[in-house]
Design a protein around this ligand. Structure first.
Ligand SMILES: NC(=O)c1ccc[n+]([C@@H]2O[C@H](COP(=O)([O-])OP(=O)(O)OC[C@H]3O[C@@H](n4cnc5c(N)ncnc54)[C@H](O)[C@@H]3O)[C@@H](O)[C@H]2O)c1
Length: 323
């Protein structure tokens, strides 16, 4: 099959593109390199440097589907500059859907997020939980989920929105390199590499076993496998939403301890006050992904996830790349 991967020079998109190529598919990556890296595009993929807003110049009827990762995804930045998020995440997807309609490409997998739920009152979080995003980033992704549902109903698109929880780990030569970095695992590993003095723990008085927030960490390669399954999961005119997480929570302190074990570094931590908008526990119910997609995550140990992230971080360091 032939697929367009928007945002395939970024972290998750590059890992999914690699999996598609390994499965024997033909892949075109469309990325404007706004937060991604040319070197992240896997060998074997055709690369088009450009915006998702211009997908019409790339797409034609020879494509079997689109996997749409291209977006801005910094929660804090979205609060400070919401219009940037509406324009790129929502406006960009609107243009992509129009290009897909024009080219008669009728299959889509979209990167949605747990941030669409905001601060859910129940755990584990199912897809039926109310959506109440607490940031323009989460709101922009929820708006796209609604937009896709309408496109399916009105124009026969077959689509799956995958709501990722906390993605971590690496695959081959692809790994996480956001700038600025806001995710816990790469931040902790930056401390182990001596690039930060300590890791900040935002509150240790939550109603959790050790007082720190609990999150659901999913290995990026398990996440990638779900995308390949999702490509054929929807019928024309149907939109499915699936959470993607392991269904197991790990606390901030457990992540730091696992990173100490993996790296052999003491990783100093500094406990500060709680951060507004952080729920105590955010763990996915992955039941729907298991039943609808037949998905089974296989890299669920925290030390395995962090071990792969560490290997990528050390490889980059030894290559002397920009940090
Ligand atoms: N990483 C996570 O933990 C996580 C969690 C939930 C959801 N997501 C979603 O998954 C997707 C991928 O996340 P990531 O962590 O790989 O981010 P990333 O920043 O590494 O990748 C995004 C890619 O999209 C490209 N891009 C952005 N806007 C574009 C545009 N208008 N046209 C063309 N290319 C554009 C960037 O250059 C980048 O390569 C995003 O949509 C994000 O919201 C990620």
């Amino acid at each position: 099959m032939k697929y367009l991967v928007t945002g395939g020079a970024g972290y998750v998109g590059s890992v999914v593109a690699a999996h598609l190529l390994e499965a024997g598919h033909e892949v075109t990556v469309l990325d404007d390199l706004s937060t991604g890296f040319r070197a992240g595009v896997p060998a074997g993929a055709r690369f088009v440097e450009g915006r998702v807003q211009d997908a019409g110049r790339v797409l034609d009827a020879s494509y079997d589907g689109v996997l749409h990762f291209a977006a801005f995804s910094q929660v804090g930045e979205s609060v400070a500059d919401p219009e940037k998020y509406w324009r790129n995440n929502v406006g960009g997807t609107l243009d992509l859907l129009a290009a897909m309609r024009e080219a008669a490409v009728r299959r889509l997998v979209f990167s949605s997020t747990a941030a669409t739920y905001g601060e859910p009152a129940v755990t584990p979080v199912t897809e039926d939980c109310p959506t109440a995003p607490t940031s323009p980033y989460g709101a922009s992704k929820l708006a796209v989920d609604h937009m896709i549902a309408g496109e399916c109903a009105a124009h026969g698109l077959a689509a799956v929105s995958l709501r990722y929880f906390n993605v971590a780990g690496s695959y081959g030569s692809s790994g996480e390199r956001h700038d600025p970095e806001s995710h816990l695992v790469p931040i902790v590993l930056q401390v182990a590499q001596g690039r930060r003095d300590s890791v900040s723990v935002h509150g240790d008085d939550y109603p959790t076993p050790d007082g720190t927030c609990v999150r659901d960490y999913i290995h990026v390669a398990d996440l990638a496998e779900a995308h390949l399954l999702a490509l054929t999961a929807a019928q024309p005119g149907t939109h499915h939403i699936c959470n993607l997480g392991n269904g197991t929570g790990f606390s901030v302190r457990e992540v730091i301890d696992a990173a100490r074990e993996v790296t052999g570094h003491p990783i100093p931590e500094v406990v500060g006050p709680r951060r507004g908008g952080d729920p105590a526990t955010l763990v996915a119910s992955a039941d729907r992904a298991r039943t609808l997609l037949g998905w089974r995550p296989s890299r669920t140990e925290l030390t395995d996830i962090i071990g792969d992230a560490w290997r990528f971080a050390q490889d980059r360091r030894s290559e002397g790349e920009r940090v």
